[in-house]
Every structure is written in C-alpha cells, then in structure tokens.
Design a protein around this ligand. Structure first.
Ligand SMILES: [Zn+2]
Length: 215
C-alpha cells in the first residue's frame, strides 16, 4: 500500500518539512496497548491517570512511553497529557460521535483525534487572537463543516523539538483566519523558520500523519 505521505502537498510550505511518522509507529504493540488504555481511561472517567495504581510492568511501559514522547508524567506522578488527549481543560474541546467528550492538547491533536478513536469528531475552539468561536466537524476523514471557513492552525516544526508538550502545544492553536494566525505569531515572536500557518485541511492531514495508526 502506498504511503499517503508520499503524495502530500501543502500550499505554502515544503511538504518535506511537514511530513512526520505516526506516534504509534514508534511504539511496540504492548506500548500501543497501554497508550490506548490510558487515553480511554482519561476520556471515559475524566481527570488524570494515576500511575500509582498500576502494576510494575505497566509502570515500566509508561516510562518508556514518556521517553518516546508519547505522554508526560507530572510531578504528582499522574498523567495529564497523552497525545492527543489532555486531562486538563484546554481551548480545544472534542466531541466524539459516540458522545464522549474530552480536551485535546492542541489544534492538530483535536483534528487528528478522529484517527485515534476511528470515528467522526466535532471540535470546538476559539481564535487565540480575537476569541471568535471556531467549529470544525470531521466526518469520514474530511472536514465537512468549518466555521469560520478560513480558520487556520498554527503548527510548529515537530522535528525541531524533543519534548512537544512544553514548547509546541502551547502555541499550536486555532485562529479564525490566516491573518490572525500570522498576526498572533508575529506578536508572540513565534519563530517563522520553525512554524507554519496551516489551513484546517492541512492541519487535519498533519493530524492524520501523527494519529492514524494503520498507515
Ligand atoms: Zn481571530
């Protein structure tokens, strides 16, 4: 099967800079199982995942997942961040077709979560520059409804940063328009060499690369 990455193009950016392997492809089968267990635990029950309650072999796998940048362990020994899910409230609320709701770590994670859960999602967010409500409905791997229609996503060059949760998710936001994406980036001194203002469809493709386990 041809890798969909091979034929990707982006309007304003060199695709080679944006192409990235999935998180799942870096993990063993057992690591993926534990990752999915923790993701679903946070989504089903809300709140952080308690590491203290698990067996030693699962603990070991959690350490390995952290070392591979699939999750972060907080000082209180709980997991609040496991891509694409955040146990803390963020600006990116996701509603799954099955009715479950959660917060995503960043805009790309919110869109890409359609692949993590293999189902349609609705994302509700806000423009980080002006506060305007943003809504994206993803169905069958496509954005079928986007409000406002020019909504953009600020994305960073993930290949340049080792620990995404500290320096990347903090700026990977939604914007109501390309203008507001660029304006906010300039005001906040986001490095132009390592960031991209993507349209929502491009951001969904990046989410597919990160979160689609099977391709
Ligand atoms: Zn705006």
């Amino acid at each position: 099967m041809a890798d969909f990455r091979a034929s990707l193009t982006f309007k304003n950016d060199d695709s080679q800079r944006l192409i990235i392997e999935s998180i799942a492809s870096k993990l063993t089968q057992r690591e993926n199982e534990v990752r999915n267990m923790i993701i679903n635990n946070i989504v089903n029950y809300g709140g952080a995942f308690e590491i203290n309650g698990v067996t030693d072999d699962v603990k070991e796998i959690i350490i390995s997942l952290r070392d591979k940048n699939a999750l972060a362990i907080a000082e209180d020994n709980k997991i609040y961040s496991i891509y694409p899910v955040s146990a803390k409230v963020t600006n990116h609320k996701v509603t799954l077709k099955d009715g479950r709701e959660f917060y995503a770590m960043c805009a790309v994670d919110a869109l890409g979560s359609t692949y993590t859960f293999n189902q349609d999602v609705t994302v509700n967010s806000k423009c980080t520059e002006c506060g305007k409500e943003i809504k994206a409905e993803v169905s069958g791997g496509k954005i079928v409804n986007l409000q406002p229609a020019d909504a953009h996503v600020l994305h960073v060059d993930l290949k340049k940063f080792k620990t995404w949760s500290c320096c990347c998710c903090n700026i990977m936001h939604f914007f109501c328009s390309k203008e507001h994406c660029l304006e906010w980036s300039t005001k906040n001194n986001v490095c132009k060499d390592s960031s991209f203002c993507l349209d929502a469809n491009e951001a969904l493709v990046v989410g597919r690369m990160l979160f689609s386990d099977k391709e």
